[in-house]
Design a protein around this ligand. Structure first.
Ligand code: ADP
Length: 327
């Protein structure tokens, strides 16, 4: 018979994302509801190695859903990548009496969880990243808030670009994935969107859409570039200026996209995922990632999840190309 889970640890790791707090709250409240104790591990794997923890109860997560960032802090830990570090993490879990861990983060965090599962701990991952680049899940916590933050800033930029008849090149987050850029580009009616998944042809993907828009009378232009696009936003701006002589300005939105109160979508997704994580542990499951398949909540074996691949949403990509006039 499976050993009942009595005490679990929850932590956030890797890049933070709005909604992580709502997930922590949900894990804690669901655990309490199921008669399981909950300990918060601070600063991801770093805290696990150093015994940096806080006991969490019903009240300690009150009002947390609406708060951006993560109350448990997030960090990247090089020490955890060594066997010595991992042994120390396991020792902390023993000391704290933890039967299981819930890690909220990205693929790196899930890889870390696997190493702890090999050492006998029960582990569950929850996908939290603004980039929406976790293959097993159609949605990751933080994506909607980050896109909304970017769109809000771009709408403001557009006002001034329009007044001065300029071309704006806005770099949004996404080192390896263009989901944010594509979604934001469609939402704000960009002239062109460049993503790292596609080799960029400056002439056809960038200059032609600008020329076409110019011919139809437009005097300001909005280009959305994902962080990971080769050359980055400054190279894109240079190419535009050389080809069109337009007054071109670069704005890098940067970390502002990681902050702010989570949207309804992120709060709800985080809350469901937190619930599912504890439910799986209570049912004796381990080594799973909670995920979304469309609007449904599902779970996958972590090995299976890490082997999956995710491309750009083709429907959104097709719509973007149609609206920007790219052939
Ligand atoms: P994310 O979880 O957002 O993908 P990282 O890739 O930075 O972020 O991973 C977060 C942390 O997970 C790392 O700092 C490291 O401690 C741990 N980690 C990442 N990859 C591995 C791995 N292959 N084995 C063990 N731990 C890992």
């Amino acid at each position: 018979m499976e050993k009942a889970v009595r005490r679990i640890g929850v932590f956030t790791s890797g890049g933070d994302a709005p909604g992580m707090n709502a997930a922590i709250r949900s894990v804690v409240r669901t655990a309490i509801h199921m008669g399981i104790e909950c300990v918060g591990i601070r600063r991801g794997y770093h805290g696990l190695i150093n015994g940096d923890f806080v006991t969490l109860n019903f009240d300690s997560v009150s009002g947390l859903s609406r708060r951006g960032g993560t109350m448990l802090y997030s960090a990247r830990s090089e020490d955890f990548k060594s066997e010595v570090g991992r042994e120390r993490a396991v020792a902390t879990c023993k000391l704290l009496g933890l039967d299981a861990l819930v890690g909220i983060g990205g693929d790196g965090t899930f890889r870390g969880l696997l190493t702890l599962a090999d050492k006998g701990l029960s582990v569950i991952g929850i996908p939290g990243t603004i980039d929406n680049d976790i293959a097993c899940s159609t949605y990751t916590i933080g994506y909607d808030t980050a896109c909304n933050t970017a769109v809000e800033s771009i709408d403001k930029l557009r006002d001034t670009m329009q007044s001065h008849e300029r071309c704006s090149v806005v770099e949004v987050m996404g080192r390896h994935a263009g989901h944010v850029a594509l979604n934001v580009g469609v939402a704000c009616g960009a002239t062109a969107v460049l993503v790292p998944e596609q080799v960029v042809n400056y002439e056809t993907d960038l200059v032609e859409p600008i020329r076409r828009a110019r011919l139809s009378g437009r005097t300001h232009f909005m280009i959305i570039v994902a962080e990971g696009v080769q050359g980055g936003a400054y190279e894109v701006a240079k190419q535009i200026h050389e080809a069109t002589a337009l007054d071109t300005r670069v704005t890098i939105l940067g970390h502002v996209q990681r902050g702010g109160a989570p949207t309804v979508r992120d709060r709800v997704a985080a809350t469901y995922m937190g619930y599912e994580a504890v439910r799986l542990l209570a049912e004796g499951k381990t080594c799973r990632v909670v995920a979304m398949d469309g609007e449904s909540y599902v779970d996958y074996d972590i090995h299976e999840a890490l082997a999956m691949k995710k491309g750009l949403d083709q429907q959104t990509y097709t719509v973007m190309r149609a609206l920007t006039g790219v052939q």
